[in-house]
Design a binder for this molecule. Structure first.
Ligand code: ADP
Length: 880
């Protein structure tokens, strides 16, 4: 047992005092009854209400949570977990290795911050994990008198609002961010689901804030798409040759059309100028070339239901909701001869970077944060704190093995699998693409090895988690793209929960079908044979289920669903569900002994053996793979098999290394060399640095939009929340008149006559300059103001017939709709501006600076535009 974790880690030294206090309090709390503990929790909330000082409650709140968890889940937070919780409360990133229990760690700061009654959000990467964590950790919160919420895909607005209003809410990054964007498009306060942001803990923070930070989340509308141009462009690029008509810049993911290429394309398309602004072809040709030369099926995307679905390069997961922008997606659709989906117009968008920065208090946890430390610090002002493990790490990370080519590498990997499988030691092979997973599967077939394969192809996350959970079972081989099943623990000897579910499914399906075909006797004898040792109560509950008509009506799929959901449904009112729950508990107890034996056997075999098949573009992703073994002091091994023609080595290794290796390496025999490992490390660092620069660049460009978004959303929210916007309407009206008079200096008066759609009493000459002879400009202004006021009153009277509040709603809606319209058009202009800055270049000028200046000018017009649109809309509308 670890005596003093602080000695090893100075960055957490400062918490020693608090940890001591929590440990002392624990002894007191142990003696309290459940209701006394709950009472303590209420008192803490009250204390916060009085003194508004959260820091003074830390020790007590942490000790309470620890005790609540011991009593409800049987899990007592380790001291190192307390440190993790303190780091999270200090708005930093807690780096805790896989299996160290981050889910439980989050409960500590969550309870503390829930005392403010301002809401805590815990963000996970998928719905399954959010659900799982909410149900299990919910027991701790409930015990302390706090309620929890859960947001899942497909929930209605009212369900969302209710769940966000809970003390602690579990939600995915995706749902949360979209809810924010949707809230800011609401025309009515009742549509808004989120409450003001307070405190947020992001699980797998590096995945969300780094890997996924690059692509903004977008809500969009369809707009007209020149389908023919995409198709024609795809057709002609088939006749363009690399290095003659175009060149490829693989490192920067770009293509360049040569002079020759331009001429050839113009000829084939029968156009004079690809760049003609009235009929531009160049974006279509460039995208078609990129689609052809840089984006490959089953690597960068897959085709699913006649659609292009992006595969995340980092994680190997599919991203069904994302599309490449600027016409690239359509170009790939054209290349694959699929129907081309409409181009879309962005109506709202935000990057995760800027979204999460909206929280006044933000924290994150991950197993792999250290290598991205600078980025977290610079962009998010979050520093990464390494938390020591509860038990020493026993994992062996073997040096990389480098082969001459792909063939030798994959051959060696499959041989290794065959050798290790013979001992029964479980193996997990991490691959980078779908294609490679399938190729390895083929190779393993030749050895007649059985395996599970998990890749980015469509399957549900639940199954993914189930397969990964069994990856530690004796003799299992799992091939998975890097991040498949993330968040799921790999337990040596297999995961008992999933095993029990499967077993019970077989039993229940058999019980039901035997009852239906009146063959109960056969079933019973089968059952006794297979599960001798089950308690009498188990059998009798099973028999009563076979006589329960409601149970007998369930389909096999229903049974499977209930079993899968049972561990996540807290209180059940349906009788067969509580029976099933009982059976699960019984079978779990029964299987535990067997499980312990299996666990020991696999430990003796050396634990999980992890094989990486390629270095990824970031060390973090490699570390995530390694981190899947050696959890909680388990033994385990990790090794990477590489080859000279792996992307990373080929593109970034440099010619020296290539030459050196070519001479050193024979067919089939690997090399373990420090030189090469070092060179790979630095290549990875360079790639990471480049990726960081790209994200930083995105962040810098997004900065101005972000500030403007904040202004627009803030103003919009004020309008949405106000009971009456009459004052704004008057102010807008008067300003419109002032603007107009200014503008009218050199124009004719009829404009004003039309303005209110009614005859104005004044008789002007057509020359505005002569007006002052009869009226001073302030007189005209006053006159127009009163005309406006009269028109307004007339409309008001007219409307009052329809009921109270109609005018207010109409006015508010007019402002909101026009705010949105202007914002939408502004986003459009901004994206064109961004392109223009990139395309035309500014000579010696700094494109970012130019972009910001122009964006600022475009945005400045917004207010004037808004008041004109609103007043014109109101005046012209048939109701007002
Ligand atoms: P991580 O997200 O850090 O990889 P998890 O939250 O998935 O880890 O937890 C891993 C496993 O450790 C879970 O099975 C959990 O029940 C167990 N665990 C966590 N904390 C404790 C604890 N204090 N005592 C015993 N088991 C724990």
């Amino acid at each position: 047992m670890l005596k003093n974790p602080f000695k090893r880690n100075s960055s957490v030294n400062k918490y020693q005092n608090l940890i001591d206090q929590i440990n002392i309090l624990e002894n007191d709390f142990k003696r309290l009854s459940d209701s006394e503990l709950r009472d303590k929790s209420f008192k803490l909330t009250k204390k916060y209400e009085d003194n508004q000082n959260l820091d003074s409650l830390i020790a007590e709140s942490f000790a309470l949570t620890r005790e609540a968890s011991s009593r409800t889940l049987g899990l007592r937070h380790f001291d190192v977990q307390l440190i993790g919780g303190l780091v999270l409360n200090d708005q930093d990133i807690a780096e805790m290795k896989t299996g160290e229990g981050k889910t439980l760690v989050a409960t500590l700061p969550a309870v503390l911050n829930a005392m403010t009654k301002k809401g805590v959000q815990i963000v996970t990467v998928n719905d399954y994990l959010a659900n799982r964590d909410q149900v299990s950790m919910g027991q701790v919160y409930r015990f302390l008198g706090l309620d929890t919420g859960l947001i899942q895909e497909g929930m209605s607005n009212s369900e969302r609002r209710e769940n966000y209003n809970a003390d602690i809410t579990y939600v995915t990054n995706y749902e949360l961010t979209f809810d924010y964007l949707r809230d800011n498009m609401a025309l009515n306060l009742t549509e808004v689901v989120l409450r003001p942001f307070n405190y947020c803990i992001i699980d797998e923070v590096d995945s969300i804030l780094i890997d996924e930070a690059q692509t903004p989340l977008i809500i969009s509308n369809n707009i007209d798409t020149p389908v023919k141009k995409y198709i024609l462009a795809a057709e002609i690029t088939e006749y363009l040759q690399v290095n003659l008509h175009y060149t490829i810049d693989e490192k920067n993911k770009n293509v360049v059309l040569t002079e020759n290429g331009s001429i050839q394309a113009e000829e084939m398309l029968s156009v004079q100028d690809l760049y003609d602004p009235k009929d531009p072809w160049i974006p279509y040709v460039m995208n078609a070339l990129k689609a052809k030369a840089l984006f490959f099926k089953n690597v960068h995307y897959i085709v699913q239901n006649n659609r292009i679905v992006i595969v995340d390069e980092f994680t190997g997961r599919i991203m069904p909701d994302r599309r490449w922008g600027d016409g690239l997606h359509q170009a790939i659709e054209a290349k694959e001869k699929l129907s081309i989906r409409q181009k879309t117009q962005t109506v709202a968008s935000i990057t995760y970077q800027n979204f999460f920065l909206l929280y006044p208090k933000l924290a994150g946890m991950t197993g792999t944060g250290k290598t991205a430390e600078i980025e977290f610090e610079k962009i998010y002002k979050l520093s990464v704190k390494e938390i020591p493990t509860a038990k020493p790490i026993l994992r062996k990370d073997l040096p990389d093995l480098i082969f001459k080519d792909q063939f030798s590498k994959w051959d060696a990997i499959s041989q290794t699998c065959n050798k290790i499988a013979a001992t029964g030691q479980p193996i997990l092979v991490g691959t980078t693409t779908v294609e490679k997973s399938e190729m390895l599967a083929q190779l393993l077939n030749e050895y007649k090895l059985s395996y599970e394969i998990l890749n980015a192809k469509p399957e549900n996350v639940r199954r993914e988690s189930e397969i990964v959970a069994q990856a530690g079972a004796k003799g299992s081989i799992t091939i998975a793209t890097n991040m498949a099943g993330r968040g799921t623990d790999i337990i040596l000897g297999g995961n008992i929960n999933f095993k029990v579910q499967r077993k019970l499914y077989n039993i229940l399906a058999l019980a039901k079908n035997s009852a239906l075909s009146k063959k109960n006797n056969i079933f019973q004898s089968q059952l006794l044979n297979e599960y001798e040792g089950c308690s009498q109560k188990f059998l009798s509950v099973l028999l009563s289920l076979s006589n329960d008509p409601e149970f007998l009506e369930l389909s096999d799929t229903d049974i499977l669903r209930i079993l899968q959901e049972n561990d996540r449904i807290s209180i059940s009112t349906i009788s067969y569900q509580s029976s099933i729950r009982f059976l699960i508990n019984e079978l779990t107890e029964y299987s535990k002994k067997h499980q312990e034996q299996e666990n020991k056997i696999v430990k003796n075999l050396g634990g999980l053996y992890i094989i990486g098949t390629e270095r990824n573009e970031s060390r973090r992703v490699d570390n995530q793979l390694r981190g899947r073994c050696g959890r909680q002091g388990d033994p385990g091994t990790s090794i990477f098999y590489l080859s000279l023609d792996d992307n990373l080595l080929r593109l970034f290794g440099g010619p020296k290394i290539q030459n050196f290796m070519q001479t050193q390496l024979g067919d089939g025999e690997p090399l373990q060399s420090n030189l090469i490992t070092k060179s790979l490390d630095s290549a990875q660092e360079r790639v990471e640095e480049r990726a960081y620069q790209q994200r930083k660049n995105l962040f810098d460009y997004d900065d101005i939009l972000n500030k403007q978004r904040k202004i627009v959303y803030h103003e919009r929210r004020q309008i949405l929340e106000s009971v009456s916007v009459q004052k704004n309407i008057f102010a807008h009206g008067e300003q419109v008149i002032t603007d107009l008079l200014l503008e009218l200096n050199d124009k004719t008066i009829p404009l004003i006559e039309n303005f209110f759609g009614r005859d104005l009493a004044l008789r002007y000459s057509s020359d505005f300059n002569s007006v002052p002879k009869e009226f001073s400009s302030s007189e005209i202004k006053l006159y127009l103001f009163s005309e406006f006021w009269l028109t307004y009153q007339a409309k008001k009277a007219e409307l009052s017939v329809y009921g109270v509040g109609i005018l207010e709603t109409l006015e508010r809606t007019a402002i909101l709709i026009n705010t949105d319209r202007i914002w939408r058009e502004y986003l459009q202009k901004l994206s064109l501006l961004r392109e223009a800055v990139g395309w035309r270049g500014y000579g010696q000028k700094n494109p970012l600076y130019e972009y910001k200046q122009e964006a600022y000018m475009l945005f400045k017009n917004r207010e004037e535009l808004l008041r004109h649109l609103v007043i014109y809309d109101l005046i012209r509308s048939s109701v007002i």
